[in-house]
Design a protein around this ligand. Structure first.
Ligand code: CMP
Length: 146
């Protein structure tokens, strides 16, 4: 087991429905620790840059538009196997699938559509490093001291 860091975003649908606390509680109860956190309303350039990997996909424009519809909570999560653990807690990208495969997952509990699916989580350790660097300076990440 290795300690890792991953990026999590609570998306505008979930912040709008007031689910921030329940989602964070799910992370904490399952061994993930918040070591950096900011709430912001993404600008178009920030959302496009973050999702640049999807820019050729048909859903790119709608995805960027949705991510600007309200505030997001962006976090760095730390823990053993944090990347895979976070993906497991989130459930499938499509909440309809998540509701069947993992009814206790975040997307099963708090999302209804693939376009508005409550949370984002890095899909690999390599991408986690890129995504964390995109939103946080090294000095904004708090080392655990106790
Ligand atoms: P996320 O994990 O934030 O990464 C990209 C997002 O694109 C994804 O969650 C979905 O919310 C959204 N999306 C919309 N349509 C699709 C699709 N067909 N496949 C994958 N992601 C999609």
């Amino acid at each position: 087991m290795t300690k890792e860091r991953t990026l999590s975003i609570i998306k505008p649908d979930a912040t709008g429905k007031n689910h921030i606390g329940e989602i964070i509680s799910t992370f904490e109860k399952n061994g993930l620790r918040i070591v950096a956190c900011k709430m912001t309303h993404l600008k178009q350039q920030e959302a496009e840059g973050f999702y640049a990997v999807h820019k050729e996909r048909p859903f790119f424009k709608d995805l960027v538009g949705f991510m600007m519809t309200g505030p997001v909570l962006i976090m760095v999560l730390e823990g053993e196997n944090a990347v895979a653990k976070n993906r497991e807690l989130m459930g499938a990208t499509d909440p309809k699938k998540a509701k069947v495969e993992s009814p206790q997952s975040i997307r099963a509990r708090f999302a209804d559509t693939i376009d508005e699916n409550a949370v984002h989580g890095s899909d690999s350790l390599e991408n986690a490093k890129i995504e964390i660097n995109y939103f946080f300076k090294p000095e904004e990440i708090c080392e655990r001291t106790r």
